[in-house]
Design a protein around this ligand. Sequence first.
Ligand SMILES: CC(C)(COP(=O)(O)OP(=O)(O)OC[C@H]1O[C@@H](n2cnc3c(N)ncnc32)[C@H](O)[C@@H]1OP(=O)(O)O)[C@@H](O)C(=O)NCCC(=O)NCCS
Length: 173
Amino acid sequence: MGFVVASLSRQHPRSTFRCGETELDQWLDRYALQQQNKGLSRTFVLFNEDRPDILAGFYSLTADALSPDTFPEDFARRYPGQYPIPAIRLVRLARHTEFKGQDIGGYLLVSALICSVTASRQIGVAVIVVDAKNASAKSFYEKYGFKAFPDNTMMLWLGINDARRITTLTRPA
Ligand SMILES: CC(C)(COP(=O)(O)OP(=O)(O)OC[C@H]1O[C@@H](n2cnc3c(N)ncnc32)[C@H](O)[C@@H]1OP(=O)(O)O)[C@@H](O)C(=O)NCCC(=O)NCCS
């Protein structure tokens, strides 16, 4: 049996999750479900069907909108007027330390991009944005084509067309 992605529910073992960043572990354990129930974010968990007692990783998404001024000029030029640019924000993404070296981070990210691309067929989504927690997380996202905002180099964005290209080339099995 293999890895599956599921929408977070009460049955999933949240309290045993350890990714190396305590804040992320605690957020999953204490707040993810609560936030989901209030419509503030939606969380997806990844686990191996052979080991349903432990989560391999998770990610959480919310809707967002950013001023065109936030973006580099060549991108903002495509969106005339001052209307906010609709975005999906990847608010959390983490992999359990027990699953290191198994491409889980990449799997989670591609799954989050697929989710965003799917949503973009129903509602306007121009970009996916993420706040990198540290330099290492930033290089992880850059590997997939995310670019830093000019005025906030720890906040990264990826155009929805690039996300679509990535997801057609690399689909989680
Ligand atoms: C960031 C994180 C999700 C990466 O997960 P991972 O399972 O190690 O990543 P993968 O093994 O799937 O790596 C996917 C690709 O990204 C690369 N990569 C992973 N971590 C990287 C890093 N820190 N810097 C540069 N590239 C990185 C891998 O080399 C791999 O590339 P390849 O396919 O060419 O080999 C994981 O380290 C983590 O959960 N960290 C703690 C929580 C965290 O910081 N989350 C980000 C919050 S903003």
